[in-house]
Design a protein around this ligand. Structure first.
Ligand SMILES: Cc1cc2nc3c(=O)[nH]c(=O)nc-3n(C[C@H](O)[C@H](O)[C@H](O)COP(=O)(O)O)c2cc1C
Length: 185
């Protein structure tokens, strides 16, 4: 029941502060992530955990990427992108390291990493941390992995920002499931 309550009450938190989850807590987070469904156990999901000076490194990468790839970027936008990593004490970069397999196409491997991302969000919530999955200019494109020091087989599915919540939990909307579910019986 607690597991279901955690799923129903999870919500994304955009304003975060320290401390980040501990080493022991992050071990549980990654174990949960790696229990996502994974066709043929190809293990596509990998993560880069960014904290401390790593956030400065990520900021520099975002700056370089923006200057190289975003046409006519203005000063305001560039500052926003440079500051983005400092919105949380920890960022988990979501990587799908695609394996060539006759039965398991790229999309299935990326979906497995998306499922891993949801396991991460749920586990962080259960451990008392806020988190939000962000993509934007630095994910889901063919160039960003090289800037992160990875080869082209690695697809960047986004960034989970995490830490302690600085805000009151937002009200979770009531959803009428009848609008989303068709029953064949
Ligand atoms: C693949 C994906 C990418 C997202 N990218 C962003 C993003 O770049 N910026 C953002 O503010 N929210 C982004 N979101 C939405 C938030 O993660 C979050 O789901 C949304 O704010 C709704 O909040 P909730 O999860 O509490 O319902 C993304 C969600 C997904 C699934």
């Amino acid at each position: 029941m607690q597991a279901i309550e955690n799923i129903l009450s999870r919500n994304s938190v955009s304003k975060l502060e320290g401390p980040p989850p501990s080493r022991e807590e992050m071990d549980i987070v990654y174990k949960s992530a790696l229990r996502a469904p994974d066709h043929r156990w190809l293990r596509p999901s990998e993560f880069i955990e960014v904290t401390g000076d790593g956030l400065k490194k990520l900021s520099k990468i975002f700056e370089t990427f923006s200057n190289d790839n975003i046409k006519d970027i203005d000063h305001v936008k560039l500052e926003k992108y440079k500051n983005a990593p400092f919105r949380a004490p920890m960022i988990i970069i979501l990587i799908s390291n695609i394996k060539i397999h006759p039965k398991v196409p790229e999309i299935e491997q990326m979906l497995s990493t998306a499922a891993a991302a949801q396991n991460i969000l749920l586990t962080l919530s259960a451990l008392g941390y806020g988190a939000i999955w962000r993509t934007g200019a630095f994910a889901l494109n063919d160039k960003i992995s090289n800037y992160l020091g990875l080869d082209d087989s690695n697809k960047i599915l986004g960034y989970i920002y995490t830490g302690k919540s600085k805000i009151k939990p937002k009200k979770i909307p009531d959803i009428d499931i009848d609008n989303f579910v068709t029953k064949w019986d």
